[in-house]
Design a protein around this ligand. Sequence first.
Ligand SMILES: Nc1nc2c(ncn2[C@@H]2O[C@H](COP(=O)(O)OP(=O)(O)OP(=O)(O)O)[C@@H](O)[C@H]2O)c(=O)[nH]1
Ligand SMILES: [Mg+2]
Length: 253
Amino acid sequence: MPVVFIIGTAGSGKSLFTAAFTDWLKMSKQDVATVNLDPGVLKLPYSPDVDVRNYVDAGDVMEKYGLGPNGAAVMAADLVADEVENLTRDIDEAHADFVLVDTPGQMELFAFRASGPYIVNELTREPKALIYLFDAVFSANPFNYVSNMFLSAAVYNRFFQPQLHLLSKVDLLPKKAVSQIVEWSGNPRALEDALQTKVEDTKRIFSQSMMRSINQLGLQFHLTPVSARTNEGLIAVNTVLERLLMQGEKYTT
Ligand SMILES: Nc1nc2c(ncn2[C@@H]2O[C@H](COP(=O)(O)OP(=O)(O)OP(=O)(O)O)[C@@H](O)[C@H]2O)c(=O)[nH]1
Ligand SMILES: [Mg+2]
């Protein structure tokens, strides 16, 4: 039973992508279950089959421990680790062939605290993969794009699972801008040229050094453009995901 975790910066489109891809998989007659791992979310664009809020709710944590919203979010993220057995049981009981996991809004709460990698490791279902979302509007600037490469490499360094990269919300950009970002993702020379012409001085030097360092690690960022509004790219995501899951294809070369 493959388990795929959707991850990305706050507001990058994780939850809406989870909703759109779940609907698409169901239309393609695939048996899919959704998991909400965000203890702080108030409203979701899908009805999760498994919901961490049944065990940990950030609002309750805030009240019980007298914490502010950020303190409660951090504490809730840690408390989720104790619920792995319950979540595993709930996932088993959903009896699905394929599980999509929507992760907490603030990526650092999942990726950069101990609980996220612990949950990914402890959920005993195999194979596993991560989908990392590059927000198209944010990534249209080459300086921001390199920052996203850096974050994505940092996420890989935390989980060491096969990782697939999507360019989300492409309906918000002109086709030409989308093609350009996709080109950067497969051609370091094109990204270098964009940094050269569009980014100034210190920022440019820093970004170029950073992208070269990341490339030296042999990390791959081929972006598949998607929209959770128009469903563009979902067929391609399914194809790439199948290959990644079947072959256990690695993010590194
Ligand atoms: N136009 C467009 N808007 C999108 C798309 N995906 C998400 N959005 C919008 O972007 C905003 C954030 O989307 P979410 O799916 O909540 O993103 P998220 O990463 O789950 O956000 P948090 O969990 O709060 O960090 C919402 O207003 C969505 O409607 C898309 O493909 N196209
Ligand atoms: Mg969300």
